[in-house]
Design a protein around this ligand. Sequence first.
Ligand SMILES: Cc1cc2nc3c(=O)[nH]c(=O)nc-3n(C[C@H](O)[C@H](O)[C@H](O)COP(=O)(O)OP(=O)(O)OC[C@H]3O[C@@H](n4cnc5c(N)ncnc54)[C@H](O)[C@@H]3O)c2cc1C
Ligand SMILES: NC(=O)c1ccc[n+]([C@@H]2O[C@H](COP(=O)([O-])OP(=O)(O)OC[C@H]3O[C@@H](n4cnc5c(N)ncnc54)[C@H](O)[C@@H]3O)[C@@H](O)[C@H]2O)c1
Length: 483
Amino acid sequence: MSDVRNLTVDVAIIGTGTAGMGAYRAAKKHTNSIAVIEGGNYGTTCARVGCMPSKLLIAAAEAAHQAQHTGLFGITVDNVKIDGKAVMQRVKAERDRFVGFVLETIDEFDPNHKVQGYAKFMDAHTLQVDDHTRITAERIVIATGSRPVYPGFFKAAEDRLLTNDDIFELDDLPESVAVFGPGVIGLEIGQALSRLGVKVKVFGVRGSLATLSDPAVKQQAYDIFSDEFYLDTYAEVETIKRVDGGVEIFYKDKADVMQKEVFQYLMAATGRAPNIDKLDIENAGVTVDKNSVPEFDPYTLQTSQPHIFIAGDVNNQLTLLHEAADEGRIAGGNAGRYPNIRAGHRTVPLGIVFTDPQMLTVGEGYAALEARQPDCYAVGKVEFSGQGRSRVMGKNKGILRVYAQQGTGQFLGAEMVGPAAEHIGHLLAWALQQKLTVNEILAMPFYHPVIEEGVRTAFRDVSSQLHLGAELVKGCIDCGPGA
Ligand SMILES: Cc1cc2nc3c(=O)[nH]c(=O)nc-3n(C[C@H](O)[C@H](O)[C@H](O)COP(=O)(O)OP(=O)(O)OC[C@H]3O[C@@H](n4cnc5c(N)ncnc54)[C@H](O)[C@@H]3O)c2cc1C
Ligand SMILES: NC(=O)c1ccc[n+]([C@@H]2O[C@H](COP(=O)([O-])OP(=O)(O)OC[C@H]3O[C@@H](n4cnc5c(N)ncnc54)[C@H](O)[C@@H]3O)[C@@H](O)[C@H]2O)c1
């Protein structure tokens, strides 16, 4: 250890993903004495192996699906061909473009601030980076992200085991994939592969489906997706074995019959774990929760050690891009201005799943409301099967359920599977953040014919349930046909 470089800085940031980059920019407003440490590749999880390549694959799948489903409109498109190599080539090229933008930003960081290597805590103020650098920092931001996790027995798939870290590296679309985990990643990528002509079966456990907790919404989502590809949310898998040509999976199908099937790949999408376990966090003296993740204040991002902050996926709470960006900015700002820290602005919870139809959760969600105040809220709903605009476009699948407080009529949250959920989700989140009541929402303009008229139906329904508005008129024609 004689060649160890010693650095002393005001702020050390561990991890240069979305949260770490935001923390760096915010801390730099207060001090020029910073070390920003990266152990892996620069470029962020979102751009390299997350949000962006997955959305690129989904975009290709949507194009294929639309081309194959024009019959409804009396249009025939012959010979739709999917060129797997060209699909993957665009995914990779566009992904590299997005990564390139991130790398340009990293290039603008002061080279004296950048330290490459994996950091570990030696004590509450000292970090060891690989075996080459020791950093003494007055304040520290942990922004080390998360990684895919899966049960040990998946390793039997050997070289045919994929996660989101390697699936976008494939040069061609696979022939078949057994996707384990009907969570957000498994459903987004599983459906996209299936629409691109890959044989896909999705296996889940305990009935879990994406982020949905409302049984009515979950049931519709299950029905819609299992109509399109094999989906078992209570799968019983006996064995996984690497065989010639792929991975043999021995499982009980939905009719309780044992099946033996070979897939080219097994994709593990069974969740992610925070990158906290390799940081020797116990040396930092922070209080940790049952998952060994440091406890922290969500408004300041401060841990029990006042000079240590934790932002992004690593804190294991709201593992989404916009939250990582907000948290990074708050944590970095507070590390920079320490000890004069402040509470940062947090937005209401919003989650969107980019399946087709898309899914959303806004606010607390059904399960949390049921647990917190079971008798204090009412539910309004709209089914999209007959909704005018959705039907016009042939997108008339799904349900939206909105929740509002008894007495006050305060809008509390929503869950949905259905058309344009990425946009409806924003409207609902904005209404929630503005603390609007159901009747204030209903006093807004609704054009005709639009999917938002369906949202109005759900709010009219809940308004009537709360005895705040008139009884819901079914198929109200003066609201416009199919509203
Ligand atoms: C397939 C997929 C799709 C997704 N799609 C979406 C989406 O559509 N919308 C959305 O909002 N979110 C999406 N997400 C989630 C989103 O990508 C993450 O919430 C976000 O990228 C987290 O950013 P972060 O800064 O916390 O972590 P990261 O970007 O992972 O950054 C952490 C960094 O820390 C580094 N590091 C780790 N340990 C150390 C150490 N000891 N020393 C030094 N450096 C270290 C890592 O190398 C990494 O560069 C998706 C995720 C995945 C996997
Ligand atoms: N659109 C988006 O915003 C988006 C997209 C992708 C990922 N993400 C983020 O990444 C996070 C991680 O996504 P994820 O899909 O890995 O996790 P997840 O927690 O959403 O889903 C994991 C799923 O795997 C299932 N599972 C667990 N063990 C299993 C087993 N042995 N066999 C079969 N199924 C099993 C779980 O029941 C769950 O349904 C998300 O929670 C989200 O925060 C967001």
